[in-house]
Design a binder for this molecule. Structure first.
Ligand code: IMP
Length: 181
């Protein structure tokens, strides 16, 4: 199906993201000050740029692992039914874990993923999301750390896609359709 034409307006600049990540890394350092080696779990695919920048600001031993949950597919609406498509490679039982997500939207994904990971009995688990769209929440879920709260807009860039495009933009942009429909 051909795409409706759209343009992308900058919402959060690369510079603003980098500055916020420094603050977040400091908070994570405080939260996990007593941790021997933190397991940083990125949710594929949207968090791959965020996790790459975040771990490079962390001044502590970290292990990086990835989990993939089903998501939007090619559309702009959540499927609401979350499935684990790719499991972790490592063990998290008794470990300190930081789950890294790109956006909390309806909340279904992170609620499901954190419940799934809790069944493996981590010692301590916290959740960080770069973006939060609280106006869209459908289930009771709150990330422990948030980069930016944003309005109900469809965004792309910095790892986040629209139908597998625009992940490589260095900033967060807002999708604006340019056709009359
Ligand atoms: P949730 O389960 O509705 O909270 O959705 C979380 C996932 O939906 C995110 O990890 C993204 O993959 C996707 N998502 C939510 N909002 C957007 C958006 O504005 N642009 C692109 N993907 C989004």
């Amino acid at each position: 199906m051909p795409h409706r034409p759209y343009e992308i307006d900058v919402m959060i600049s690369a510079k603003a993201i980098a500055a916020r990540i420094e603050d977040l890394a400091r908070e994570i350092g405080r939260e996990f000050a007593d941790t021997d080696k933190l397991v940083v779990v990125g949710l594929l695919r949207g968090s791959f740029v965020f996790i790459a920048d975040l771990v490079r600001e962390l001044d502590m031993p970290v292990e990086v692992d990835f989990l993939e949950a089903s998501s939007y597919g090619d559309g702009m609406e959540s499927s609401r039914e979350v499935r684990i498509l790719k499991d972790l490679r490592g063990q998290i039982e008794g470990r300190d874990v930081l789950v890294v997500e790109d956006i909390v939207d309806t909340g279904h994904t992170l609620k499901h993923v954190t419940e799934f990971l809790q069944t493996r009995n981590p010692a301590k688990m916290r959740c960080i999301a770069l973006l939060d769209k609280p106006a869209r929440r459908e289930v009771d879920f709150k990330a422990d750390l948030i980069g930016f709260e944003i309005p109900d807009e469809f965004v792309v860039g910095y790892g986040i896609d629209f139908a597998q495009r625009n992940r490589n933009l260095p900033f967060i942009g807002k999708v604006r359709f340019t056709d009359p429909a």
